[in-house]
Design a protein around this ligand. Structure first.
Ligand SMILES: [Zn+2]
Length: 335
C-alpha cells in the first residue's frame, strides 16, 4: 500500500509539464483531483499514509511546475504539530514553494489552499468509509498547482510569490495559523493572501465574488481585473458568511489581508454543496465535478497574482513605484 501511494505521489504528470497557451484546462485540474481524491490517498488525513502521500504529491507537483522550495529551511516542508485533537499530537507539513520576483526586497504575495481532509470518516463495515474530499479541497489544491505553473512560466512577477498547501484546515485552520505565526518571510512583507477552497462547484460564467469583501484593500484590484477578463462581478457581501470558515481567516487574524475569490461563492452554488456532499463520502470524483468554473477561476488567479505582485497595479507605501497608465492604478494599499 505504501509503495503504491509513493509511486503515485512522486511521478510528475507528464501532461502537466507544459503550460497550456489557452489558459488552464479542466483536464489538468481533473488529473490532480482524480489522484488526490482517489481511495489510495485515503481522504488525506494529516499524519496518515494518505496524508504523507499528499504532501509528497504536492511537493513533486510544485517542483514540476517550476517553483523553488520556499520553506525557511530551504526545503518544501514546514513542519506543523497538530494539537487540538484527542490523543497524541500529529505531525504534518505545510508545503511551500516560491517564485522569486524581479524586484527583490522581499515583498510577497501568498496563494494558499488546504491539502488535508477527513480521512476515514465512517466506521468499519460501512459501504464507503473514505471522505475523499474531491471538491473540499482537492479542487483548490489542483487550482493552486496550476496557478503556480502559470505564474512560474512566462514573464516573472515583480514581487515574490509563495504558494502554500496548508495542513490541518479541517482541524481548525491549524496549518495556516502555523504558517502565519512563523512565516518564511517577515509577516509584514506579506502584502496579500489569496486562499483557494472548494472551487469546483460553479460553471464557467459564474459571477466573481469575494469572501472578505470590504475587509481588506484588495477589492478594487480583484474587481477591475475580473471585469477586464470579461467576468461578471458580484459586489455584494453575502459570501462573507464564509469568512471564518477558511484559511484566509487565520491570515486576517494575524493582520495579513486575505480573501477567497471566485465563481463558487455566489448564487447559491456553494450552499447547495454544503447541504449535500460536503464532508460526506460522496464528495468524490464519481459523484461528478464541475470544473469549467474552476478552470476560469484558475486563469483569474494567475492574472490576479501578477497584478498584486506589481507595485504599479497594487501600490503600497513601502514600495516606490513609477506612475503608470494602468487600469488598476486605483488599487488601494491595505496597510
Ligand atoms: Zn472541509
Amino acid at each position: 500500500m505504501r509503495r503504491s501511494l509513493l509511486a503515485a505521489a512522486l511521478v510528475p504528470l507528464a501532461a502537466c509539464a507544459t503550460v497550456p497557451s489557452g489558459g488552464i484546462s479542466e483536464g489538468a485540474l481533473r488529473q490532480h483531483i482524480a489522484i488526490l481524491a482517489s481511495d489510495a490517498f485515503e481522504g488525506r488525513k494529516p499524519g496518515t499514509a494518505g496524508g504523507r502521500a499528499t504532501e509528497a504529491y504536492v511537493a513533486g507537483q510544485f517542483a514540476a511546475a517550476g517553483l523553488s522550495p520556499g520553506a525557511a529551511d530551504g526545503s518544501w516542508l514546514q513542519r506543523v504539530r497538530l494539537v487540538p485533537q484527542k490523543g497524541d499530537p500529529v505531525l504534518a507539513n505545510n508545503i511551500i514553494g516560491r517564485v522569486r520576483g524581479t524586484l527583490g526586497g522581499g515583498e510577497t504575495i501568498v496563494v494558499m489552499a488546504h491539502w488535508d481532509h477527513l480521512g476515514l470518516c465512517r466506521p468499519p463495515g460501512a459501504r464507503d468509509r473514505i471522505c475523499n474530499g474531491a471538491v473540499d479541497n482537492a479542487s483548490g489544491v489542483a487550482v493552486l498547482i496550476e496557478t503556480a505553473r502559470g505564474v512560474a512560466h512566462g514573464q516573472r512577477p515583480l514581487r515574490d510569490v509563495l504558494f502554500v498547501a496548508t495542513t490541518g484546515e479541517e482541524m481548525g485552520l491549524l496549518g495556516a495559523r502555523a504558517f502565519v505565526a512563523n512565516p518564511p518571510v517577515p509577516r509584514d512583507r506579506i502584502l496579500a493572501a489569496l486562499n483557494l477552497d472548494t472551487v469546483a462547484v460553479g460553471p464557467r460564467g459564474s459571477a466573481v465574488s469575494i469572501v472578505g469583501r470590504g475587509m481588506t484593500g484588495l477589492d478594487p484590484v480583484v474587481d477591475a481585473l475580473a471585469r477586464s477578463l470579461g467576468r461578471r462581478v458580484d459586489a455584494g457581501r453575502g459570501a462573507n458568511a464564509l469568512v471564518r470558515r477558511q484559511d484566509g481567516w487565520a491570515m486576517m487574524e494575524a493582520g495579513v489581508p486575505a480573501i477567497l475569490v471566485g465563481g463558487a461563492y455566489a448564487g447559491g452554488l456553494l450552499e447547495r454543496f454544503l447541504k449535500g456532499r460536503y464532508h460526506q463520502p460522496d464528495d468524490d470524483v464519481a459523484s461528478g465535478l464541475v470544473l469549467s468554473g474552476a478552470a476560469e477561476d484558475a486563469d483569474l488567479h494567475v492574472a490576479l497574482v501578477r497584478a498584486l505582485a506589481d507595485p504599479r497595479r497594487f501600490p503600497t507605501a513601502a514600495t516606490p513605484h513609477p506612475p503608470a497608465n494602468h487600469a488598476l492604478d486605483s488599487a488601494t494599499n491595505p496597510h
